[in-house]
Design a protein around this ligand. Structure first.
Ligand code: GLY
Length: 397
């Protein structure tokens, strides 16, 4: 008799949990579709404010002005990439036309060697364009961009140099640079030179060795002697302090090592990504909505700025990391990513149609110590938010 009751209770709880999961999924499906549709409309507002030879950067509400950049700016690939995600999920042909116009002005930067950002610039844009169309011209652009990025590899130190030498540094490498390895590895794995893969692995190994602290937080900038690989200093450019955990930097690291595991299946990278995730998710200064302050150690928390871009990158990374682990751990990462998506999609962060200069998300922080782009929209916050929506829909619904 007792066993019968236990069985009934079990079946009831199981059925209830299943129903809850189904409701949650339908709910997310609706939310995601709504966000893509909103994005298609909102980006038409943005596109009207960007001259044909420029890319959007941010928006200043006090001046009601969209700031734009040339195509050499490190963010120039995010706008076409975002348009392509929107087109993919809405079929909106005007969005595709706008994406094609922007790809056309960006294409020349495949030869650019002035910084390490070619991955951001050319893979977020042309990588998505090739994924969607298989147009061989896009592949040629990506291949050339990889060759340009590889010119910044410094074999003596085993790293790709991020910024050029200045009075401040000799061979600076920033944690963000992990993101550019995707371009190199992808090209190697898709018929390109195998040396790009080796460069990516060596850079990732040296970054793991030199950028991280025992608690798996990372420094922003490591200055190397590029001939010997000696670490000259460990500092910050955009964080609160040399020893602090600049939030977007933590997200770049999380995304970077998860992506490197995707290509290499090297368990060390996976372990490292999981440790970074634990550092971020369990940090005592992580707010309840999982949108980090601009630095985990920022002075004045909770009375300081958030960084929606750090949250968007983190959500997208956690969704990929969730695919490489199982059970409770997988659920934790996906639930955290879902929470971020819900937070960013709420009126607290997502703009209203026609406002925010036509950008999707409010409240990102570019470089607070430089008093640059504080509490503003940013193209990369929008891009990684859309990528997180895309990943959630493709992998978890
Ligand atoms: N890669 C520059 C930044 O994250 O601000």
């Amino acid at each position: 008799m007792r066993k019968g009751w236990m069985m009934c209770l079990f079946l009831f709880s199981y059925g209830w949990a299943q129903a809850q999961e189904k409701t949650g999924k339908t709910d997310m499906q609706e939310l995601i579709q709504e966000q893509f549709q909103f994005a298609a409309n909102q980006y038409k507002v943005l596109s009207r404010q960007v001259p044909p030879d420029r890319m959007p950067k941010t928006y200043y509400a006090d001046r009601n002005e969209v700031e734009t950049s040339d195509t050499k700016w490190w963010c120039s690939g995010f706008y076409p990439g975002a348009l392509l995600y929107i087109y993919e999920h809405t079929g909106d042909t005007a969005t595709l036309q706008e994406a094609n116009r922007r790809l056309a002005i960006l294409e020349k930067e495949k030869h650019y060697t002035g910084n390490h950002d070619l991955g951001f610039m050319m893979y977020c844009s042309f990588g998505n364009a090739y994924r969607l169309t298989r147009n061989p011209a896009y592949k040629r652009t990506i291949d050339t961009a990889a060759a340009s990025l590889a010119t910044r590899y410094r074999p003596g130190a085993g790293v790709i140099q991020s910024w050029n030498a200045s009075r401040k540094w000799q061979g600076p490498v920033i944690i963000d640079n992990m993101m550019n390895l995707e371009l190199l590895y992808w090209v190697s794995d898709n018929g390109g030179d195998k040396k790009y893969r080796q460069i990516a692995l060596t850079h990732a190994d040296n970054t793991l060795k030199n950028h991280f602290r025992p608690d798996y937080s990372s420094y922003h900038v490591i200055d190397y002697n590029l001939q010997t690989g000696q670490v000259l200093k460990k500092v910050t450019a955009q964080g609160a302090a040399d020893s602090s955990a600049w939030s977007r930097g933590q997200s770049w690291g999380l995304y970077g090592y998860t992506m490197m595991y995707r290509f290499s299946r090297n368990k060390r990278y996976l372990r490292h990504a999981r440790n970074i995730a634990v550092f971020m998710l369990h940090h005592p200064n992580m707010p309840g909505d999982l949108v980090p302050y601009w630095d985990f150690d920022a002075p004045g928390i909770p009375n300081t700025y958030r960084d929606a871009s750090a949250a968007a990158v983190m959500a997208s990374a956690l969704l990929e990391l969730g695919r490489y682990v199982r059970g409770k751990e997988r659920k934790t990462y996906v639930a955290a990513a879902e929470k971020i998506i819900r937070s960013l999609s709420s009126p607290a962060y997502r703009a209203r149609l026609g406002e925010n200069g036509g950008f999707l998300l409010m409240h990102s922080t570019g470089a607070l110590p430089l008093k640059s782009e504080v509490d503003v929209p940013l193209t990369y916050a929008d891009y990684y938010y859309l990528e997180a929506l895309h990943r959630y829909k493709n992998w978890y619904l």
